[in-house]
Design a protein around this ligand. Structure first.
Ligand SMILES: C[S@@+](CC[C@H](N)C(=O)[O-])C[C@H]1O[C@@H](n2cnc3c(N)ncnc32)[C@H](O)[C@@H]1O
Ligand code: SF4
Length: 429
């Protein structure tokens, strides 16, 4: 029997990571004999910088009968273009950027998780019931990977209004921690030195996270691991295990979602608060490098309250190896905040908030410039952070005023993330 070719196309958001979802889908599907007998499943994996033409040619080369695209905010345009190139193939499109399940001609759009949907699409019947904790390990060809991604859970126990991780109302589910440990072990033994846990909050179930950290320590894994955490979940047992992992030669880079210190802003976006100081202090003592995430432009944030946040961040960044991650609020379609833009009086240009009732355009732009100086000095690629072993809001503001005429009139994230390091020489600061 000639097998049909199912080509799963993943386009990752940067040049370092792979898009895990296509490999996870393939690993899930090929556990079933009926699938293996009828289909060859091929994963094509690209960074977002790959040319659409190259991807188009590769899909043609594998002679795909079915093409699957995993659609994210960063690859949507490319996926739309590629779909238009393959009007005569059967195409299935899923991923977080698909908000509506529908069929238009030969194109099927699916929302939510892809495993059972793809099985049903290919075989015309539902798959055997299988919990996330029973699903097989994700198999990846590590020779083609620099940095590996791992998933330990699905869903999120929060529902922050700005976020497009739209599984907040679903029950959070966990993978078998032993399967996760096995995947990380295999990657480590294949020479992968850096990994990223893609969960929204790796510590959402502290017991689960501890089992994984314990497994990594016991298996002698020393990978540099990145993961994201909500501050209020950090506890003694977790930090004890983080410290042990680091003492044994591993590295941990942990993103802490601070977002804002303004309680009214956090309430407006349905964001958990509290525990920030404790989390930063405990994880610092454990030896982790922290990425401190903030968002400018939230409802009720004022220039004064944001400046307080900047001062707070200065205090933790100066003299440490931590780095800031200051974001400007983006209004993402399909999020609860997108429905409340009017209610909160947010002014939005090209998806970004540019003014609020509590912050004029000028205030917001001024705070963006504070973000820029903070990032220029303490960002991950900074060459000057050691020149500033102490820092506070006043000193940072002085630096801003000194170089203000060299900065773009309207500050953007793109400028301070991608251009400012070269644009503003060290000796100007
Ligand atoms: C992948 S996200 C979520 C991380 C983690 N789940 C949390 O809640 O802290 C990483 C960071 O991006 C920022 N972010 C997420 N959505 C945003 C939005 N719509 N606008 C601006 N920044 C956003 C936040 O600072 C967030 O901590
Ligand atoms: S921002 Fe983080 S915690 Fe909040 S809903 Fe999104 S993923 Fe969950």
């Amino acid at each position: 029997m000639i097998k049909k070719v199912v080509c799963l196309v993943g386009i990752a958001g940067n040049g370092k990571d792979i898009l895990l979802s296509c490999y996870t889908l393939k690993s899930y599907l090929v556990q079933f004999k009926e699938i293996r007998d009828k289909f060859n499943i091929v994963v094509l994996d690209y960074p977002v910088s790959a040319s659409s033409e190259q991807i188009r040619r590769d899909i043609i080369k594998v002679q795909a009968d079915y093409i699957g695209f995993s659609c994210y905010v960063w690859n949507r345009e490319k996926v739309e273009y590629l779909i238009s190139c393959f009007g005569w193939n059967d195409i299935i499109v899923g991923g977080p950027d698909i908000l509506k399940s529908e069929e238009t001609g030969r194109i099927t759009f699916i929302t939510g998780e892809g495993e059972a949907a793809l099985y049903r699409y290919l075989l015309g019947k539902g798959p055997p019931i299988q919990g996330l904790d029973e699903m097989p390990e994700t198999v990846v060809d590590y020779t083609k990977v620099d940095r590996m991604s791992f998933e330990t859970q699905r869903g999120c126990n929060w529902r922050c209004a700005y976020c497009n991780y739209r599984k907040g109302n679903n029950k959070i589910r966990y993978r078998n921690p032993q399967t996760v440990i096995k995947e990380i072990k295999q990657a480590w033994e294949s020479g992968i030195k850096t990994g990223r846990i893609v969960d929204p909050n790796f510590f959402s179930d502290p017991t689960h996270a501890v089992v994984i950290l314990r497994g990594l320590i016991d298996n002698g894994i020393k990978m540099r691991l990145f993961f994201e955490v909500i501050p209020s979940y950090v506890n003694d047992n977790l930090t004890f295990h983080c410290a042990e992992y680091i003492q044994n030669g591993g590295e941990l880079a942990i993103a802490l979602g601070i977002q804002s210190l303004n309680r009214a802003s956090l309430k407006a976006i349905n964001r958990p608060n509290g525990g920030e100081d404790t989390a930063i202090k405990m994880l610092t003592a454990a030896g982790a490098t922290l990425r401190l995430d903030s968002i400018l432009g939230l409802p009720f944030e004022t220039r004064h309250s944001y400046e307080q946040l900047i001062g707070y961040l200065c205090n933790y960044l100066a003299g440490s190896k931590h780095y800031p991650n200051p974001n400007l609020l983006m209004i993402i379609n399909g999020t609860p905040l997108a429905d409340k833009v009017k209610e909160f009086g947010l002014e939005v240009t090209d998806k970004y908030v540019t003014a609020t009732p509590a912050m004029s355009w000028w205030d917001l732009n001024f705070c963006m410039k504070l973000n820029a100086i903070l990032y220029r000095i303490y960002g991950p690629n900074s060459r000057v952070r050691d020149n500033y072993p102490t820092m506070d809001l006043e000193q940072l503001t002085e630096i801003l005023l000194k170089i203000n005429d060299k900065l773009p009139r309207m500050m953007s994230e793109d400028y301070y993330y991608n251009y400012m390091n070269n644009d503003i020489p060290d000796d100007l600061l």
